[in-house]
Write a protein that binds this ligand. Sequence first.
Ligand code: CP
Ligand code: NVA
Length: 327
Amino acid sequence: MVNLKGRDFLKLLDFTSEEIEYLIDYAAELKAQKKAGQKHRIHEGKNVALIFEKTSTRTRCSFEVAASDLGMGSTYLAEGSQIGKKESIADTARVLSSMFDGIEYRGYGQEIVEELAKYSSVPVWNGLTNEFHPTQILADFLTIKEHFGYLKGINFVYMGDARYNMGNSLMVGCAKMGLNFTACAPKKYFPDEKLIAECEKIAAQTGSKLSFIENPMEAVKNANVIYTDVWVSMGEPIEVWQERIDDLAPYQVNKPLMDAADENCVFMHCLPAYHDHKTAVGKEMGEKFNREAMEVTDEVFESEKSIVFQEAENRMHTIKAVMAATL
Ligand code: CP
Ligand code: NVA
């Protein structure tokens, strides 16, 4: 019987396959309850602190809506708090855990969220660091399970910058849950060697196969899921854009690439995505770099194969499961 009460949720490496599966299935149950109009205010009267040192739409809204559905209050802390400026992470952790029942942190280095958890007496949840984005993977896997009915044996291909939070976390998640993971990028964007070695050990237990391929058409052969993320992540300097475009343009997810995959292959993206010029930022980027789209074309993003909005909705149900299970 899985019991996660009092646990932090900092990275998937800290959890067994059984525990991850439990969270995914619990999220599906909470989703069904919500759709049926059944309330689940099981943490009535509790309060959570939501620290965001980087911007967010999905993650912030997921934590706030999920907290409210569970009967809890939430306090958003961003610009204007003392965190990391006048006050250390260790002091912040002790102050917040004297007032709140759980703490979410989105920010920079993984060591910061680990430090927060070390000094906190209440569960700490990682809402994205440079290295990992574990709540996103729960949503992604719930979406794959809803779409295909299973996880084990799915051929999962990640295109683009595979050495950052999304590539790293998806590789760990696939290894833990028995999906076959392929990172497709120029070599310098492959995940860190040490993390690959750790995942290879996990994969040997779960039957997952990890591959690292530079040729896009070869990588997507038999793919069930093609996934990508932005080429430049939050917190990276704007100056790296041109180099990323030069390096990663051949790895854009477009129709010829989707057509080269399995005929039932779906497209996924954690979002936000640069797929057109409809946003002010998209327009500015498009004009600056003379490109219609970056990591995915509008044609693929808007196609029937794209399940990105189901995936985005599932952020809320899975984040709710994490809070409900650990509090
Ligand atoms: N996918 C994701 O984390 O989205 P936000 O940056 O909007 O939270
Ligand atoms: N790699 C992206 C993920 C956003 C959800 C970033 O860190 O900006």
